[in-house]
Design a protein around this ligand. Structure first.
Ligand code: FAD
Length: 401
């Protein structure tokens, strides 16, 4: 973008692209839209509902909800969200209830919302370019930052914002960091129509979540809207655990099973999980027994306090910038960062101001995300731990009484 004077630049709009239509990218675009600033939203998925949106998210008052208020969407969020979903029950592996926390009726600290509902709320009037996969971003060309697409096209922008998640294709333009495995794997399954089809499990889960912590193992079930429940089995294991079940799954239950597990075979994954969690209370194991599809998600993270030398014209948001263990904060940070960067871009009259604003934003993001990355790294160690008492102690430290 060329400006003859600062006054002229006030009337020139920066060419902004955000890569990724997740919580970070959509919040960024929605706040810019509120400021009447044009933005190009580029998403590889061919349509909003091209794949299942994932589980429920709790949005914190000072993070995700603050971002929604910057987007002018807080009232709509409050109408959709489930404050009762904050309820949390912790069981011992034998089924004994250890904690049963319920929010007050007026508690709006961390209400839950389905990811699909949040996506639709943020999408609203936004014009997303669906089905466009970015392969590379090259800063510093004569006309700005060059974006390469999988179909061979190229396009330039003044600012490219990488909100393209854990495996970001924008990140290499600013940083050589890559995510590494935490040593914890998560397998996700779900139950539908739980109140009618599995009323005992519906009572076990209650309005919010139930969690059970064992030795290096955990099972968490979370209620979504419409009687849908997501179940997460978590365990410490090497990345290739499924190729050597004899070492990683309970021997007593292994008789007659293959040594290697086909992760696409739902019945085989279910059997392996039941063997791995053998000895836990029958109602807890029913959460796995009734699960349908099983999704394998080894947990990866970026280095704690990931930063980079500022590169004019490119920045990162959300998981692309600071992938951390999924302990209820990643989407919240992603959204607040999206809102803050958008406000900074909208307030920048000229190119120099745009770059200064991005620099200042990065400093703020790095400081906050670094704090949360440390908290969540320690949190994962304590929640999937050789000593299950650690998980209970952590709950008591963070849960309001
Ligand atoms: C099991 C689980 C539970 C979680 N629970 C919570 C929770 O309760 N609360 C919370 O705050 N966080 C939670 N998180 C973390 C949260 O999901 C992430 O931190 C959040 O989704 C990050 O948002 P994002 O927009 O940065 O990235 P993403 O949500 O990953 O979105 C990235 C987008 O970019 C698109 N994209 C990727 N590559 C390209 C490309 N090359 N070109 C174009 N588009 C591309 C993707 O299709 C996607 O739409 C959880 C995570 C997991 C795994």
């Amino acid at each position: 973008m060329h400006c003859l004077s600062k006054i002229q630049c006030i009337y020139v709009r920066h060419r902004i692209a955000v890569i990724g239509g997740g919580p970070a990218g959509l919040t960024f675009a929605r706040v810019l839209h509120r400021h009447d600033h044009p933005v190009t939203v580029i998403e590889r998925d061919p349509a909003p509902d091209a794949r299942p949106p994932g589980g429920t998210l709790d949005l914190h008052e000072k993070l995700g909800q603050l971002a929604l208020s910057k987007a002018g969407l807080l009232a709509e969020f409050q109408a959709l969200s489930r404050p009762e979903g904050q309820a949390m029950r912790i069981l011992d592996t034998d089924g004994t209830v250890l904690r049963d926390w319920r929010p007050r009726p007026d508690d709006r600290a961390n209400p839950e919302i389905d990811r699909g509902q949040l996506r639709d709320l943020l999408l609203g009037p936004l014009d997303v370019r669906w089905g466009q996969r970015v392969t590379e971003v090259v800063p510093g060309t004569r006309d700005g930052v060059l974006v390469h697409f999988a179909d061979g096209r190229q396009e330039t922008f003044d600012l490219v914002v990488g909100a393209d998640g854990a495996r970001s294709r924008v990140r290499p333009a600013v940083s050589a960091a890559t995510p590494h495995y935490t040593g914890v794997t998560l397998i996700e399954t779900s139950l539908d129509d739980v109140d009618t089809r599995h009323p005992d499990l519906a009572r076990l889960i209650g309005d919010g979540s139930v969690a059970v912590y064992g030795v290096n193992r955990a099972l968490v079930a979370q209620r979504n809207s419409g009687g849908h429940v997501k179940v997460y089995a978590q365990f410490r294991a090497p990345l290739d655990w499924h190729t050597d079940l004899d070492r990683h799954v309970n021997q007593n239950r292994r008789a007659g099973m293959d040594a290697s597990l086909d992760l696409a075979d739902a019945d085989a994954v279910r059997s392996s999980l039941l063997a791995m969690f053998d000895g836990w209370a029958a109602p807890v194991l029913d959460l796995l027994r009734h699960g349908t599809a099983f999704v394998h998600r080894p947990l990866y993270v970026l280095p704690v306090s990931h930063t980079w030398t500022h590169v004019p014209g490119v920045t990162l948001l959300g998981d692309a910038a600071h992938l951390m263990p999924p302990l209820g904060v990643g989407a919240n940070l992603a959204m607040l960062e999206g809102a803050e960067l958008a406000e900074s871009v909208a307030a920048a009259p000229g190119p120099g101001d745009l770059d200064e604003g991005v620099r200042a934003f990065e400093e703020q993001m790095w400081a906050r995300a670094g704090r949360w990355a440390k908290i969540t790294a320690v949190g994962l160690e304590r929640l999937v731990s050789p000593d299950p008492a650690e998980a209970l102690a952590l709950f008591d430290e963070v849960q309001p009484s």
